[in-house]
Design a protein around this ligand. Structure first.
Ligand code: CDP
Length: 226
């Protein structure tokens, strides 16, 4: 898959509000690994399309807008952020409008193939910045982006618990509807990849999830450095 052999790649996939981001962020800080939130990439592209008045129902317009985007990466601490034409989109990526539109944009092959190349290249960014590895979270990381990742996790939790977590963050978000769209799309649907380690976080605290994942990462890193 073209990933640098000395770099540890950890993939964390899961449905909306399954705890991926909090887990990946804590894990990245522990080791340190470069943290890449691919949901933020789809959200940033969606926010930029909405800003330009481009509709997901017009795939040709989306493809032509993508041609005008130069994608870059800014690393701060252990987090990598997507820049579009030199700008990192702000809080608008968590707006109700983006929550509603993101799964529709994410289903378009032009959007997915643009981000597939960008996301695979994050391994080089991690290498260049001297990280021991990369933790990438999303929906298709262990299935499509890095199917040969050293560790692939799939987080899930009861839909009721996930809706509760999102509401607790003060967000208006239809978690179940996004899961339905993400699981049923043709290109890179949300799925548990064969061989992934599934963790049900419904009754676990964040610390419990992180310690399970971190123990396995620690083991792999020890083997890697031998
Ligand atoms: O944080 P939350 O789990 O609610 O969602 P997110 O990770 O921010 O992802 C937002 C949306 O981006 C998802 O509902 C998917 O439609 C899309 N996405 C995707 O298609 N593939 C990925 N690898 C990551 C996100």
């Amino acid at each position: 898959m073209g990933q640098p052999s000395s770099l540890l790649i950890v993939a964390i996939d899961g449905g909306a509000a399954s705890g991926k981001s909090s887990t990946a962020r804590s894990l990245a800080a522990c080791f340190p690994l470069l943290h890449v939130d691919t949901g933020a990439h789809y959200r940033a592209i969606t926010a930029e399309m909405l800003r330009r008045g481009v509709a997901y129902s017009d795939p040709a317009a989306v493809a032509s807008a993508l041609q005008q985007f130069t994608l870059g990466t800014r690393v701060s601490g252990s987090a990598a952020a997507l820049e579009i034409n030199g700008r990192i989109p702000g809080d608008e990526i968590r707006s109700p409008e983006v929550n509603t539109a993101v799964s529709h944009f994410a289903a378009l092959p032009s959007v997915r193939s643009t981000l597939l190349h960008y996301q695979r290249a994050q391994a080089d960014v991690a290498q260049k910045h001297g990280f021991r590895g990369l933790v990438m979270e999303g929906r298709d990381i262990g299935s499509v982006i890095f199917p040969d990742a050293d560790l692939r996790f799939f987080l899930h939790a009861d839909p009721g618990e996930r809706a509760r977590r999102r509401a607790e963050q003060g967000q208006q978000d239809s978690v179940a509807e996004r899961d339905r769209l993400d699981s049923s799309r043709k290109t890179a649907p949300l799925t548990i990849p064969a061989g992934a380690i599934a963790i049900d976080s419904t009754h676990l605290t964040l610390e419990e999830v992180v310690s399970k994942v971190a123990a396995l990462v620690e083991e792999k890193l020890a083997k890697h450095s031998r």
